[in-house]
Design a protein around this ligand. Sequence first.
Ligand SMILES: *[C@@H]1O[C@H](CO)[C@@H](O)[C@H](O)[C@H]1NC(C)=O
Ligand SMILES: *[C@@H]1O[C@H](CO)[C@@H](O)[C@H](O)[C@H]1NC(C)=O
Ligand SMILES: *[C@@H]1O[C@H](CO)[C@@H](O)[C@H](O)[C@H]1NC(C)=O
Ligand SMILES: *[C@@H]1O[C@H](CO)[C@@H](O)[C@H](O)[C@H]1NC(C)=O
Length: 436
Amino acid sequence: MQHANSRWSYLFRLLYLIGQLWPTSKASYVEDNYPASVIEDAHLTTLQLLSKYKYPGELHIVTTEDKYLLQVHRIARPGAKPVLLVHGLEDSSASWIIMGPHSGLGYYLFDAGYDVWMGNARGNRYSRAHVKLNPDTDKAFWSFSWHEIGVYDLPAMIDTVLNKTGYKKLSYFGHSQGTTTFFVMASSRPEYNSKVHVMNALAPAVFMEHVKTPLSGMAINLLKVIGDQYELTRHSYLFYNQCTRSAEAMRLCLFFAWKVIGKNVAELNMTMVPVIFGHFPAGANSKQGQHYLQVLQSNRFCAYNYGTTENQRIYGRATPPDYPLEKITAPVAVYYGQNDYLSTVEDVERLMKRLPNVVLKYKMNKKSNHIDMIWGIHVRSWIQPQILQVLQIWEAGGPQNGTNVTTEYTEQTSYTIETENPFTDTTAQTDATTDI
Ligand SMILES: *[C@@H]1O[C@H](CO)[C@@H](O)[C@H](O)[C@H]1NC(C)=O
Ligand SMILES: *[C@@H]1O[C@H](CO)[C@@H](O)[C@H](O)[C@H]1NC(C)=O
Ligand SMILES: *[C@@H]1O[C@H](CO)[C@@H](O)[C@H](O)[C@H]1NC(C)=O
Ligand SMILES: *[C@@H]1O[C@H](CO)[C@@H](O)[C@H](O)[C@H]1NC(C)=O
């Protein structure tokens, strides 16, 4: 009964959203309810945002070994120590700055004296390019999963940053898929471990046994239909337009978003929601989703499964090999949320047991979800000073004699919102593990 009810509730909400796709007269809801500057931010690119907020943005094009052309966006502080930040699935370099100079990690690290480089994985809006292949007409462009992002894109980005700055090492930040790809790289091409002072894993996505998002069942069926060589949600303003046309539409969009990442109203700046939908989703290949679903279903962190015959040809065995996590020798600092539906506490703790060199386990408060460590309202006072301290310690080669370094920390308090929030979801009492 519970199952049937929630299934109808999803279907109803989905139909409502689809109904909203039909064009109506130009909506003024967003203009009437959000600051002009927020609406502007929703429509600017990463480099335009940097320019608007008077930060020194630079564009660098990185060519991978297999000839993909990637945009890396730099907040340039020549001579300073470099950090490389890599986004999650369907996200982009903008993720590190969209919440604005008073909050974004990209700005924070620049202000703290770093030379900040923000990568874009192949296939998103900024890295839809190749020396020979045309993403609009060549199916072969869309043949990658996050495996190739880890094996080709990250090494190319790291080598470019080190080459352009003259440093021998950098510090790395990954969010979600940005951690998956790092672990693929550092296990498959272990020589890259020595180029990294410390890997900061924000909501790491490796094991997926305990994923709680009820939409994964729907994703499995959807990906079965569309296959693994299909551009998923190419960046456009479709989501922005649909989600900002009325208060009800906004509520529905947030309902679905929270079903995927875990709900935490207290850390989401409601004024900034249009900016999020202006930048997210930023584009990806369906094979990235497919590969995650294989990890989820096989309960192994392993290479892509092409089926027995192809596996034999590619891997010389019937099943795809596991990524050898024991080869990841770079120090890893892990930040994870207790209400994250994708990177659950159980799965992150399983990962930490397997990694040889975890230097910090930072468990965020009970309400924190998949994105709070980047977009949360309180990141500047809460987590960013901790991040900075970890960077400084590991850039200096690890804790020096006699220093007392925290290696395990659990946040005890979480914020609650005092006033009734217009977007509080009172109708959605569905069980988080209910499938659709
Ligand atoms: C960067 O790469 C170029 C071309 O390969 C090379 O000539 C140069 O020495 C490199 N610079 C540094 C700092 O490694
Ligand atoms: C929310 O975002 C608005 C617009 O950028 C900003 O003015 C405000 O300070 C933010 N609120 C919090 C609590 O950070
Ligand atoms: C202090 O550091 C030196 C060199 O880094 C090392 O040889 C020595 O064992 C350290 N002492 C302690 C007590 O850890
Ligand atoms: C390190 O700090 C913790 C917490 O502040 C304290 O409990 C512990 O005794 C300290 N250890 C040393 C060796 O100073």
